[in-house]
Design a protein around this ligand. Sequence first.
Ligand SMILES: Cc1cc2nc3c(=O)[nH]c(=O)nc-3n(C[C@H](O)[C@H](O)[C@H](O)COP(=O)(O)OP(=O)(O)OC[C@H]3O[C@@H](n4cnc5c(N)ncnc54)[C@H](O)[C@@H]3O)c2cc1C
Length: 382
Amino acid sequence: MSSPTVLVVGGGVAGAACAIQLRAHGVNVTVAEKTIFPRSKVCGCCIGGSGIETLGKLGRLEPTIDGQYSPVFHRIMSSAVQVNQWRGSIGGRTVHVELPSGIAISRETLDNALLDEAKEAGCEVHMACLATITNVAKDTIAVSMERSTGKQEQLFDLVIMASGLNTSGVAATLPWTESPHGPFGVSWTATCNELDSHVIHMACDDDGYVGLVRIENGRVDIAAALRSGSEASQQGTPADRVMKILARSEFPAYRWESPSKVLTTPPLRRARVAGAGRLMAIGDASGYVEPFTGEGMTWGMQSGIAAANRIGRAIQAGSVDDLCHTGHRWDRELRGLLRRKKFTCRVIANLLRSRLARKTVGSTLATFPKIANPLIRHLSQR
Ligand SMILES: Cc1cc2nc3c(=O)[nH]c(=O)nc-3n(C[C@H](O)[C@H](O)[C@H](O)COP(=O)(O)OP(=O)(O)OC[C@H]3O[C@@H](n4cnc5c(N)ncnc54)[C@H](O)[C@@H]3O)c2cc1C
């Protein structure tokens, strides 16, 4: 079978990882990204052991031999700040948990590096190009590609939705199984000389949780998931509420300048049918829980690689039928791939919404921090 034409909608971590892996299978890939990179994005900017391992495997079809990682892996690791401790303010206690591996890197640097790698691997990348699915037929998908120069309709054999939490243009094509609800995300960067480098700080209370980490340009990334709803919003602007959580925490009273550009997201919790026919969804576009365990980018890259490998297998089998049903099979495969990790994240985030649970967890971890080790090992595994 000749290579199908594949469009990846969205050039974030999931879309870029998928595009790189598709090129390894020799597939013709076009990526449409509606913004111009580097672009900022609501994110805590931390990647743990499992994500680092995934980055090392990008674009490889064979298992990675120790030390032989992808070129983009070396570029990202040399730009990133290593993190080796998680410091939490939970239930009135400060908790220190050692981390075996982890990095912090701005989304400007990370996403740009991954998309550059996709270009180098031979993907056709269109920046400032809004893709809108206009028709899903049995054997092709029609997409309107809108640039500043005008709109053009193109046909593709397969379309991969990697459009993140923003559903404009591709929303109606795959139904929700859990429509967006729950906390929303907030982030910005700031200077703060007092904050320790190499440490992820996280403060939790009734209004949500805030993560702080120093990134590669020396600035601090501030990212939070806050309660949504009208009652919660009466407590102030998202930035005010983040500052109040930090002020109520056990962390020192760091000095912050007022934020100049605060980014927010729609409600985070969602799930959808991740594929049908020739349409597949990956990363946040396929569903999200919330950022508590800091794995969204890893889930995005892993789902992107797995989707590309599924397409690669269908091409190798030479089966048009396989290709037509890729989406349906993908829905099942993706649920199996991320079910345990998403379940763990959901349980922890739900638990820590209770004041009593935060008090218990805070005092237990403050006395016996090693109790967290099995959880960290679980999160570091693929
Ligand atoms: C508060 C918060 C903190 C977080 N902290 C962490 C963390 O520390 N570690 C971690 O791993 N994860 C974290 N996450 C999760 C992480 O940010 C996401 O899971 C991850 O970015 C998902 O990647 P993605 O590629 O699916 O989507 P995105 O990174 O959002 O990329 C989607 C891209 O698609 C483009 N796009 C959208 N629609 C179209 C269209 N129609 N046409 C063309 N382009 C389009 C967008 O412009 C965007 O560039 C956090 C999330 C939140 C909200």
